[in-house]
Design a protein around this ligand. Structure first.
Ligand SMILES: [Zn+2]
Length: 253
């Protein structure tokens, strides 16, 4: 596979000045269901009812039934070769870090350090009334113990997982981390994302505007293919394994 060689050469030239942007496509082989494909979550659950904040407050059972079916089980998921490749690339100083739209915590599990979770993560939640913070395990326990599946605080307030709902602003600290990475990078690599979701889909512009490059690694077309300097239309799993093999070879040399 020549693509992996070419990709690594690119990273070598810009070593330490590369930010990676990841999306749902890198986690599907870990069994994480995607939202937008024809058989994805949105074919079964209405996105507005699910992630509209007003709807959540009005009818939290709808969200929590979905959470029991899809979200709480994500904690059992294991990182795949793409997550491990990115961890390795960070460890070896090739990339600055990862900006992810995924809420599945698989980059953390793989051992990556510098991660901006710009759509939040499942790690925690908080009470919409008193602000008390809950772990994923506590949210799940409270949800499963309640007759309507809704996780509630001791104050009877509604617990909302710290994932970004429609219309909510992205978490400030995470966005700041993302901007720090992008403003100091010559290359942004978009992996497993169609770059169709705003505002994250516009992040590559930060690098492009300063004369940097966009490199795309994705199974299908993306919104920004026309402005990318390199496009790797590959199976992420195979591509990542090949890159990992090459990294291990150079490490042992
Ligand atoms: Zn509370």
């Amino acid at each position: 596979m020549k693509e992996a060689e070419k990709f690594l050469r690119k990273l070598e030239i810009h070593k330490g000045k590369v930010a990676v942007l990841t999306g749902a496509g890198i986690s599907t082989s870990s069994g994480i269901p995607d939202f937008r494909s024809p058989t994805g979550i949105y074919s079964k659950y209405d996105p507005e009812k699910l992630f509209g904040l007003d709807n959540f407050v009005k009818n939290p059972s709808y969200f929590y039934n979905f959470a029991v079916e899809y979200l709480f089980v994500m904690k059992e998921a294991k990182p795949n070769s793409t997550h491990f490749m990115l961890k390795e690339l960070e460890k070896l100083g090739f990339i600055k870090g990862i900006i992810t739209q995924n809420i599945d915590m698989l980059h953390e599990k793989a051992g990556s350090r510098n991660i901006a979770n710009v759509h939040g993560s499942l790690k925690s939640g908080h009470c919409l009334s008193c602000g008390r913070v809950f772990s994923l395990e506590e949210m799940e326990k409270r949800s499963l113990e309640s007759t309507d599946r809704v996780a509630r605080c001791d104050c009877d307030g509604l617990i909302k997982p710290d994932i970004v709902f429609f219309g909510e602003t992205l978490p400030e600290r995470e966005v700041k981390m993302a901007y720090d990475m992008l403003e100091n990078s010559d290359v942004v690599v978009a992996m497993g994302t169609t770059l169709a979701i705003y505002p994250v889909g516009a992040f590559p512009q930060i690098v492009l505007k300063r004369g940097g490059e966009l490199v795309i690694v994705n199974g299908g077309p993306t919104s920004l293919d026309s402005v990318a300097s390199e496009i790797y239309r590959v199976s992420l799993e195979d591509f990542s394994k090949r890159v990992l093999d090459m990294l291990r070879k150079t490490e042992s040399e």
